[in-house]
Design a protein around this ligand. Structure first.
Ligand SMILES: [Fe+2]
Length: 474
């Protein structure tokens, strides 16, 4: 509860005391809770014996009011009246504090939501959230734990009626620490807990935040691999399903967790949960895209035992080259996809040509040479893959411009197409053919080296060699 000095300014109080003093023709004194003089009217009146009574606001003492004991006129009225005035001040102050708190919370959530908006990686979402919690509530360990399979219901989103339904209680099982920050992060990150047991399991199951001042007093506490006294556990809920928890242990300042911490962390948990779900769905959709691409490539290559698995190997080698070049993240992901699909246009090449053991005649060769164009046309039909389609279109270009279908040279050829070209030829040379055995990796590299500057980009070849060595050591 604030004291009288928190509820009214001296200037305003002086005006009020003047009215009392003039009305009752007595000096009026306002004292702090410890009975030290806060203000009197008139000011500077000599010390004298006072009759004082407590000044209450909402039944709580905030100070005292006194008048000379020899002439105690109007004291009860002054106390009642001043109490009403201060109560209004208290309400305004509480309201202002609430507005400030709400504004701060809104700003915090806005900032977190902006940071998470474009993040499509579950671990990154958890990292951003854990660091945000650490900023506003510095603690010894902040751990975000998730159930093993968050987006298990994606199949139900896109399921055909004939497929079996996914159990609504799928999320039962194990909670694994995804991210932990703070002094005990190294210990906390290895935690796996049962969703059905213990204190964390209780919060997960009940979908309600819980805080304890001393975990030793609660039998449900399952024990952590690091020392814990105070704990705050907030569930991550999305679409009324718990998908994980945020576990915060022991504030650095030793304080307990307050109701404002629960409220703030619950709001943060809501933002985090939605972003985790979104990222999980994205990851699952992407994984399905890659599985589909892989299935297509296997289906095409299944016709020819000599090329079976070629696209997958080209995809993996292309990513290795890209990584050697420092290309990571999205570009590396799309190169992986382009590698998987680079020969998908062979779907439009007659099987008897694809599987022909003898040398191809010029007509047959022309047919085979159509596959980058057909492949690009197929992939162009898929939303957002026009860039990948372009890379596929150019994967048989040569650095000196003597390739096909565009006949373009050096930097005009998209970088991913130049990378795929290296991986493509390397895999072809290191695979058996009806007319020859596979070359060893170093022999293949030697052959390819002779074509640097003609077929291959000289600037990329050193990255290819590093990737190839990496590949051979696996
Ligand atoms: Fe090809």
């Amino acid at each position: 509860m604030p004291s009288v000095s928190d509820l009214i300014s001296k200037g305003r109080l002086k005006q009020i005391l003047r009215h009392y003093s003039e009305a009752f023709n007595v000096p009026v004194f306002v004292l702090e809770e410890n009975k030290r003089l806060f203000l009197s009217f008139p000011e500077g009146v000599p010390e004298q014996e006072l009759l004082i009574k407590p000044l209450l606001v909402r039944d709580l003492p905030v100070g005292h009011v006194g008048v000379p004991s020899e002439e105690p006129k109007g004291l009860d009225f002054i106390i009642r009246n001043l109490s009403i005035i201060l109560e209004q001040g208290y309400e305004i102050e509480s309201l202002s504090a609430e507005v400030v708190r709400n504004y701060e919370e809104f700003s915090l959530l806005w900032s977190l939501s902006s940071k998470l908006a474009s993040v499509l990686d579950v671990r990154k979402v958890c990292e951003i959230t854990a660091n945000e919690v650490m900023n506003i509530c510095p603690s010894k360990a902040i751990t975000i734990m998730l159930v093993e399979k968050i987006s298990s219901d994606i199949t139900s989103t896109i399921r055909q009626p004939s497929l079996p339904t996914v159990d609504a209680g799928e999320n039962k099982g194990v909670l694994s620490a995804k991210v932990s920050v703070g002094e005990y992060a190294a210990e906390a990150i290895n935690m796996t807990l049962n969703t059905e047991k213990g204190l964390v399991g209780y919060v997960f199951h009940r979908k309600e935040a819980l805080t304890l001042c001393d975990v030793r007093a609660d039998k449900r506490f399952e024990g952590f691999p690091y020392p814990v006294l105070r704990i705050l556990i907030v569930p991550l809920i999305v679409e009324d399903k718990a998908i994980g928890v945020i576990v915060v242990t022991d504030k650095l300042n030793g304080e307990e967790f307050f109701s404002t911490d629960i409220k703030t962390l619950s709001n943060i948990a809501s933002e985090c949960a939605v972003s985790v779900k979104k990222a999980s769905l994205f990851s699952e959709i992407r994984s399905m895209l890659f599985s589909t691409a892989e299935a297509f490539s296997f289906a095409i290559e299944a016709k020819d035992p000599y090329t079976y698995g070629h696209s997958k190997r080209v995809s993996e080698m292309s990513v290795k080259i890209a990584r050697q070049m420092g290309l990571t993240g999205d570009i590396s992901t799309w190169i992986r996809l382009a590698g998987l699909l680079h020969d998908i246009g062979k779907i439009g090449v007659p099987e008897e040509i694809l599987c022909k053991i003898e040398r191809l005649n010029s007509d047959e060769m022309s047919k085979v040479r159509e596959h980058p164009v057909i492949g690009a046309r197929v992939i162009e039909c898929i939303n957002n893959l026009s860039e990948v389609a372009k890379w596929i279109y150019h994967h048989h270009e040569k650095y000196d411009g003597s390739g096909y279908p565009g006949g373009i040279a050096n930097g005009m050829i998209p970088l991913p197409s130049r990378i795929i070209a290296l991986a493509d030829v390397f895999d072809a040379l290191t695979s058996d053919r009806p007319y020859r055995k596979a070359f060893a990796a170093d022999e293949a590299t030697k052959i390819m080296k002779e074509a640097v500057g003609d077929h291959f980009d000289p600037d990329l070849f050193e990255y290819f060699e590093k990737a190839m060595r990496d590949w051979c050591h696996e």
